[in-house]
Design a binder for this molecule. Sequence first.
Ligand SMILES: [Zn+2]
Length: 153
Amino acid sequence: MSDENELPPKMRLSAQKAPPKPKPRPQDPIEQEFWNRCQDGHLYFQCCGDCGTFRHLPRYMCAKCGSPEFSWERSSGKGTLFSWTVTHQALHPAFAADIPFVAAVVELEEGVRMATRLIECDRDSLKLDLPLELKFEPIGDDFRLPVFRPRKE
Ligand SMILES: [Zn+2]
């Protein structure tokens, strides 16, 4: 018979439960708007109102022409693998159950690049320009994080 309280604190089952995954903490209203739109299950990027260039990360001015004008346009959710690494170490305890996982940069059809995770993939068959599609991963009960998986065509 073992009583959990007889164990050293770090060995107790209650201490081994993973904390919830951290959610983004937006620093300004434009960043907040990006994440709010993700919660509807779609990905939106800012599109310059003057030159039509898409931008990501969310920002107040177009990097190409300097215009502050923009609209939020829905992404196709399709992109290709620009870069990736297989992560074998959880730098936050919430990700310990996920290792190894693939951290990636995806280039979307809109021309923006986005840091993300790949899911539902065979790590050994990853290659540059691999076609990918958007999926949303729930974080807790009330948050969706955009992730990508190999495109099924
Ligand atoms: Zn522009």
